[in-house]
Every structure is written in structure tokens, then in C-alpha cells.
Ligand binder design. Structure first.
Ligand code: SAM
Length: 230
């Protein structure tokens, strides 16, 4: 998988790939990353990439020319590039999207800044438009990282143990059951006794029940979808 980020602030993104699982994925050639700065493509003599909004309104927008030129360049170099725009006005990004997008060859994230991106850029180039939640961030870098991180975990080989994916939250429209480690008692709180007896069938059944309770309590919306299907 290749991730390309169109961003004015490469450092915000590159540092995230310098540690842990994503660093190892880069070292093992399961991932590669590249960056395109719209400022390198602007024809504005002052190097500007943002301008006032047509019709008025607070704040500046990334205007079309630099982004059209960056994205044309990427499309020419990589005809299979699949272009994603993070925006609060997008479809909510979910685990199902992370799994689906993990099968693509090359994803390009176009990071907005200021008041966002001129709509004509999105209309022309977007393969998909995603929001990572109902709140507004200062830029698309964090949203792109959230999505690329979630996608990476679903690329074969990126996680040491692929089994860890199968029991995770959202895999079966449920949240993961509460998890415990060692010691069996800590701060006067015990690990559920069944977890310590080694009967794996019973542990699985208990975990399934806990998973349902937890989802019902924290995410009734998910639970009602689960209930319809089961
Ligand atoms: N004026 C825009 C609006 O009200 O929808 C918000 C622009 S925001 C300050 C700047 C950039 O941050 C956006 O273009 C987008 O790239 C990113 N962004 C902010 N919140 C986001 C979210 N919830 N999901 C995805 N991207 C987001």
C-alpha cells in the first residue's frame, strides 16, 4: 500500500510513521508514504495557496489551482491513485471502510486547512469524502492519519498477530469485551474468576455476553443493528 498525503504540513504526518507498528510496516515494505506540498505547485508569485471566500464569509480557503496541479501530477504518475478528501461534511468513516480501503494499491489524502478546500477541487477529484466525527479539526492531517492508521492495521502482515483483528470492536457490530491482564487482583479489583479457570469455551461465551452488555450500554445504536441481525 502506498499512502500519499497532500499537505502543507508534512511534519505533522511523517512523525507518526516514525514509531511502533507503522514504522515497522514501512521497514518491511508493507507500506510506503509520500508527500506533496501544494505550495510547491502554486503559480502565485507570493507562494500563496489560500484566498478569500467568494461571496464573503469568515476565513480563507485553499484555492483550486495548486490542488488541481498537484492532483493532476499524482494522477499522471499513478493512474490507480484513489483520492480521499477528509472533511467534516463527509460520510462517517467506519471500520468497514478501513477494511475495504486496505485492498487498494494507492490512497491519496488531501488535507484541508483554514476554512477548507474550494468545492470544485473536491467535485473534480474525490473518489471518496470522509468525516472522522462530528467535530471540526484545524486541518485534514489528523483525520488523514486516523484513517491511514485504521486502514494499515487491515493490511495483511502489518499487525504481528492477525487474530487480534477478529475479536476487535466493530468486527461483528459489537464492542470488544472488557480485557484483563495480570495480576488476578489489583487495587482490590479482581479479574472475573471464570477468566482464571482455563475453560476456553466458557471464557468465550462469557466474553460474548460481556461484549453484548457493553455495546448495549455504550452504543445502543450499534446494538440495535446487531439485534436485528441476530
Ligand atoms: N469550514 C469547514 C466546515 O465547517 O465544514 C471546516 C474546515 S476545517 C477548519 C479544515 C480542514 O480540516 C477540513 O478541510 C478538513 O480537511 C479537516 N477536518 C476538520 N474536521 C474534520 C473532520 N471531522 N473529519 C475530517 N476532516 C476534518
Amino acid at each position: 500500500m502506498r499512502f500519499s498525503f497532500v499537505t502543507l504540513f508534512e511534519g505533522l504526518i511523517s512523525s507518526y510513521f516514525e514509531d511502533s507498528i507503522l514504522k515497522r510496516a514501512l521497514q518491511n515494505n508493507l507500506l510506503s508514504i509520500s508527500f506533496y506540498n501544494p505550495r510547491d505547485f502554486t503559480t502565485n508569485k507570493h507562494g500563496k495557496v489560500d484566498d478569500y471566500q467568494a461571496g464573503g464569509g469568515a476565513g480563507l480557503l485553499l484555492f483550486p489551482q495548486p490542488l488541481f496541479d498537484v492532483l493532476d501530477t499524482i494522477k499522471k504518475e499513478h493512474p490507480n491513485a484513489y483520492i480521499i478528501f477528509p472533511t467534516p461534511a463527509g460520510k462517517p468513516f467506519a471500520q468497514i471502510d478501513a477494511k475495504r480501503l486496505a485492498l487498494k494499491e494507492h490512497l491519496v489524502f488531501v488535507c484541508g486547512r483554514y476554512e477548507g478546500i474550494d468545492e470544485r477541487v473536491i467535485e473534480t477529484y474525490a473518489d471518496e469524502v470522509f468525516s472522522i466525527g462530528d467535530y471540526v479539526l484545524t486541518g485534514g492531517e489528523l483525520a488523514s492519519l486516523v484513517m491511514s492508521d485504521a486502514i494499515s492495521r487491515n493490511i495483511v502482515g502489518v499487525l504481528g498477530n492477525e487474530d487480534s483483528l477478529s475479536m476487535e470492536s466493530f468486527e461483528s457490530e459489537l464492542l470488544e469485551a472488557p480485557s484483563f491482564s495480570k495480576p488476578p487482583i489489583y487495587a482490590n479489583k479482581s479479574v472475573p474468576s471464570e477468566f482464571l479457570k482455563g475453560n476456553h469455551a466458557k471464557i468465550t461465551s462469557l466474553k460474548n455476553k460481556m461484549s453484548e452488555f457493553k455495546t448495549k450500554y455504550f452504543r445502543p445504536d450499534l446494538f440495535s443493528r446487531f439485534s436485528v441481525r441476530h
